[in-house]
Design a protein around this ligand. Structure first.
Ligand SMILES: NC(=O)c1ccc[n+]([C@@H]2O[C@H](COP(=O)([O-])OP(=O)(O)OC[C@H]3O[C@@H](n4cnc5c(N)ncnc54)[C@H](O)[C@@H]3O)[C@@H](O)[C@H]2O)c1
Length: 333
């Protein structure tokens, strides 16, 4: 049983977050802000987020830049961060299909450079953001368990998420770099700005607020394992400091399936919207059902998802409503 006092490890430490302006990064910053760190540095090129989404907390330094910029990376790592959370990536599947080279650069070369710098600077731990909807492919038995891997993947994003894991393994095996691979599942919550390449939940909320029919690409009976971002952040914080996580791949998920049609109906009913339309499934979107095993996360990290889907959904709707003016200015469809 993992004790919950591991969080004190962060006190007076320096943390570097790549992609810190994004959905998970911004929520991670709020959580770290409670832990009396010496410094939180984030690097983000704002390619899929906005400056206003970066929390205003003390000891935070925001560096606007690209993780592919080696000079910048050297500067950031010369400060010797204790913990690195590598969240930057080209988001996500459809974007990578349309921009495969950029995806490979950011998630492939970018991840390699972060690992190299982390290794040279001697970090205490680096946490890599992998994706459960990537590495398991679309034929894996449910619940999805960490020891199953597919090499038949459907998008460049999925391929480079797996490549990132393979590089993590190389640095762990060859250099003993203390790295943890976390496989997130369908993260949602405050901090995700709707947009062309974004996830279904913020986009459904945005369209429902604008009284547009919600487009389901498929039959609606497809399921996903939606995980509230606060639960993900708790898992990330635990993975950062718990020694037993080093060298492991660990799912972070809710462990529950939700049908897309039920999601659409809930959002419509919360926002007094009516219509749902059905469209052809996207060619790469082949997995009909997804549910993760969280046995390993429970055992190693003491992880327990706490936020019920209905509560998380209402909090996400509230956040989008409260920020709608800024969202309207940043949204790219
Ligand atoms: N959200 C999910 O459902 C989910 C699921 C599985 C895995 N993940 C992974 O978790 C990580 C964080 O996800 P998120 O939902 O917060 O995504 P996000 O897009 O909200 O955040 C990623 C951030 O990285 C930044 N970024 C992109 N390219 C960059 C570059 N070259 N240099 C610097 N910054 C760059 C973006 O501007 C963005 O702010 C990503 O690696 C993603 O692949 C997310």
């Amino acid at each position: 049983m993992v004790k919950n006092n591991f969080l004190k490890e962060y006190k007076n430490k320096k943390v570097l977050i790549t992609g810190g302006a994004g959905c998970i990064g911004s929520n991670l910053i709020y959580a770290l802000a409670e832990l009396e760190l010496k410094k939180i540095v984030i690097i983000d090129d704002l390619s899929s987020s906005s400056r206003w989404n970066i929390p205003e907390v003390s000891n935070l330094v925001f560096v606007e830049g690209d993780i592919l910029n080696e000079t910048l990376l050297k500067e950031l790592f010369s400060e010797k961060p204790d913990y690195v959370f590598h969240l930057a990536a080209l988001f996500a599947n459809q974007n990578s299909v349309e921009h495969p080279q950029r995806d490979l650069m950011v998630s492939g070369i970018g991840t390699l450079r972060i690992l190299q710098q982390a290794n040279l600077s001697g970090v205490k731990k680096i946490v890599y953001a992998s994706s459960g909807c990537s590495v398991y492919g679309n034929h894996a038995p449910l619940p999805l368990k960490e020891d199953y891997i597919s090499i038949n993947l459907d998008t460049p994003y999925q391929v480079t998420k797996l490549v990132g894991e393979l590089y993590c393994n190389f640095f762990y095996n060859y250099y003993s770099l203390p790295v943890v691979r976390l496989r997130f599942f369908n993260v949602y919550g405050p901090g995700e700005i709707p947009g062309k390449y974004r996830n279904v939940i913020p986009n459904f909320i945005y369209w429902a607020m604008h009284k547009h029919p919600l487009p389901i690409t498929g039959t609606g009976r497809e399921t996903r394992d939606f995980t509230y971002v606060e639960d993900i952040v708790k898992g990330i914080l635990a993975a950062g400091v718990i020694p037993q996580a080093v060298g492991e791949a660990i799912n972070l998920a809710s462990g529950k399936e939700t049908k897309i049609i039920d999601l659409a109906k809930s959002i419509n009913s919360s926002l007094n919207n009516k219509e749902i339309i059905f469209q052809e499934r996207r060619k790469w979107d082949k997995a009909s059902c997804r549910r993760a095993s969280i046995v390993k996360a429970r055992k190693i990290l003491g992880y327990e998802p706490k936020v019920e889907f209905s509560t998380g959904l209402e909090k996400t709707i509230d956040w989008i409503k409260q920020n709608i003016t800024k969202i309207e200015q940043s949204v790219k469809f």
